[in-house]
Design a protein around this ligand. Structure first.
Ligand code: AMP
Length: 216
């Protein structure tokens, strides 16, 4: 199973990617998570990426393509993977095409999760994340039982620095300008699976699985 998941920030793509990769037992590769992890561990890549993340812009293609190439060459990706948040523009999609040509197997589908901009803004600014296990909360619909403490592991809950209203707006603009063209790119190859992301989490997952299994 080789799948890409794209969608605007706040569309729930990472939550769905987690559930999907557990279901199919494949690695979940999130470029956003890889950059955040690199920043936490203090690498040069992490510092460079952080400069772009804090403005809501994209990390330069050379850096991003390089870390994806390295990750896809690891043995656990030989039987499949789910790419979350990559590619994010047409140049990255071309680079991925090249990488995949050198690997066995084909791409099974590209899931696009659609959600209206106003809903995205509401979701992003109310989002909080556990610094230890990554569990994601919504202050109204899924608040932690104890303020700032994760229900699952007791870790500290924080707001991502790019989840403020101003940066969230910039990220949505970047999505419309740079990532949305990928929808036509993958539709023209017959790979696109469109899913309504404004539904119950489990219904979205069912739609995704149905779409991928019908297409592959
Ligand atoms: P995400 O966790 O997917 O919402 O990504 C958070 C941020 O990481 C984005 O706003 C970008 O700054 C950066 N990022 C993640 N994936 C990519 C990518 N494929 N290309 C460039 N920047 C990325």
């Amino acid at each position: 199973m080789r799948v890409i998941i794209i969608g605007p920030p706040g569309s729930g793509k990472s939550t769905q990617a987690d559930l999907f990769s557990q279901y199919f037992q494949i690695p979940h590769i999130s470029t956003g998570d890889m950059f955040r992890e690199a920043f936490k561990t203090g690498t040069i890549l992490g510092k460079k990426a952080k400069e772009h993340q804090t403005s809501g812009g994209l990390v330069p293609d050379e850096l991003t393509i390089e870390i994806v190439l390295e990750r896809l060459n690891q043995p656990d990706c030989s039987k499949g993977f789910l790419l979350d948040g990559f590619p994010r523009n047409v140049a990255q999609a071309y680079a991925l095409d090249k990488i995949l040509q050198s690997m066995p197997g084909k791409l099974d589908g590209v899931i696009n999760i659609e959600v209206d901009d106003e809903i995205l803004l509401e979701r992003i600014t109310n989002r909080r994340v556990c610094s230890q296990c990554g569990e994601t909360y919504h202050l109204t619909y899924y608040p932690p039982k104890q303020e700032d403490i994760c229900n699952l592991c007791g870790g500290k809950i924080y707001q991502r620095s790019d989840d403020t209203i101003e940066i969230a707006r910039s990220r949505i603009i970047v999505y419309h300008e740079q990532t949305k063209p990928l929808i036509d790119y993958y539709r023209s190859q017959g790979l696109l699976i469109e899913v309504n992301g404004d539904q119950d989490i489990h219904k979205v997952l069912r739609d995704i699985i149905k779409g991928v299994c019908n297409d592959s």
